[in-house]
Design a protein around this ligand. Structure first.
Ligand code: NAD
Ligand code: UD1
Length: 339
């Protein structure tokens, strides 16, 4: 019988790509999502691509009773926990909402998991837990710190999992620290669907290329980097999604609590991304270099060696793949899922 996986936040950007691969790998997949930052259309398209059904529950993970009903309907082998809020700026203005969704939501999920004796979980953490690192590349043993409520919510949840594991070693926990996810499924049918003005670089570039935005503001041209603009570790969302399947395989062989960076190990600047996107799409991306964005750091990229060795996972897709697939999604769906 195929293994059953509960995916929280599975209608969202990274969740929908991971659900797709889980279905293709033969898992039974159940999604809970309150659709606060997504649309059920993503899952309908995943079903279309895979010719497989996804069971969907419109449930808020903070709702213990509603979540419990899902656990009564299915006996899960694993949980992949994506659900949460992720906008750094918004978290500064709405900290309570971030702690409620990201921390309280995770606590409620873990309480229900405990009750139903489902104790294997993969959690979406973030490179943001490294704060302002002293050097790059960043490995998992670097000190952690938070510079905003979003980052703090991730750190708190990581700590909750550490404590939970100390209290009960039956738990199997994979904390995955993502670097900068970009790109889309190569079909162009699913992708990142930000609401309103994008905060992150890649969707902003794509919306500029398609004419929804006049020009990109490049935040800072005087960093100590090869061209003065900020450097990040952009990782194709399909590589990231594959990392989750590898993490599940690993958890079955290596019980315990594990932390892995999911990044490529390569750093690209803002202008590298703009130039690659223009070359691949054939579209001009106007930009203007303005002052630095508060809270930004010059360089952030992963040392991915631990994930390579332990998970047997490596990001294989190039910057051109990232740009091509983003453009395919953007040009086929100029208004995201509302088209
Ligand atoms: P996303 O917003 O597209 O997906 C998150 C999903 O969770 C959405 O579908 C949303 O509707 C759902 N959700 C939010 N609160 C919920 C709640 N209380 N109950 C049920 N569903 C809820 O974001 P994403 O980019 O796919 O990110 C997924 C996870 O990865 C998040 O936890 C995010 O913090 C983390 N992460 C994302 C990035 C990134 O840059 N995209 C980087 C590092 C970590
Ligand atoms: C953001 C989050 C971080 C999260 C990470 C991965 C912020 C402040 N930080 O990081 O918590 O872990 O995503 O998802 O949101 N840029 C521009 N113009 C733009 C947008 C971005 O020049 O309009 C630059 C930024 O200054 C940065 C790079 O592009 O150098 C990437 O920015 P972004 O996509 O927002 O990601 P991060 O800041 O790395």
């Amino acid at each position: 019988m195929s293994k059953s996986i509960l995916v929280t936040g599975g209608a969202g950007y990274i969740g929908s790509h991971t659900v797709l691969l889980l279905l293709q790998a033969g898992y039974t997949v159940v999604v809970v999502d309150n659709l606060s930052n997504s649309s059920e259309e993503s899952l309908l398209r995943v079903s279309r691509i895979t010719s497989r059904a996804v069971k969907f529950y419109d449930v808020d993970i903070r709702d213990y009773d509603a979540l419990e009903r899902v656990f009564k309907d299915y006996k899960f082998d694993f949980v992949i926990h994506f659900a949460g809020l992720k906008a750094v700026g918004e978290s500064v203005n709405q900290p309570l909402s971030y702690y409620r969704n990201n921390v309280e939501g995770t606590l409620t999920l873990c309480r229900v998991m405990n009750k139903y004796n489902v104790k294997s979980i993969v959690f979406s953490s973030s490179a943001t837990v490294y704060g302002n690192p002293d050097s790059v590349p960043i490995s998992e043993n670097f000190p952690t710190s938070a510079t905003n409520p979003y980052g703090r919510s991730k750190l708190i949840v990581e700590q909750v999992f550490q404590d939970l594991y100390v209290s009960d070693s039956d738990w199997n926990i994979s904390l995955l620290r993502y670097f900068n996810p970009v790109g889309a499924h190569p079909s162009g049918l699913i992708g990142e669907n930000p609401s309103g003005i994008p905060n992150n670089l890649m969707p902003y570039i794509a919306e500029t290329a398609i004419g929804k935005r006049d020009k990109l503001s490049v935040f800072g041209g005087d960093y100590n980097t090869h061209d003065g603009t900020g450097v990040r570790d952009y990782i194709h969302v399909m590589d990231l999604a594959e990392g989750h399947l590898k993490a599940i395989d690993f958890l079955q062989e290596s019980k315990g609590l594990h932390i892995h960076n999911l990044g490529t190990g390569k750093g690209y600047s803002v202008l590298d991304m703009v130039n690659a996107f223009s070359a691949v799409s054939g579209m001009a991306v106007s930009y203007e270099i303005i002052e630095r964005r508060s809270g930004d750091i010059a360089e952030c990229y992963a040392d991915p060696t631990k994930a390579q060795k332990e998970l047997n996972w490596t990001a294989t897709r190039s910057i051109e793949d990232m740009c091509r697939d983003t453009w395919s999604w953007q040009s086929k769906n100029p208004n995201g899922y509302s088209d």
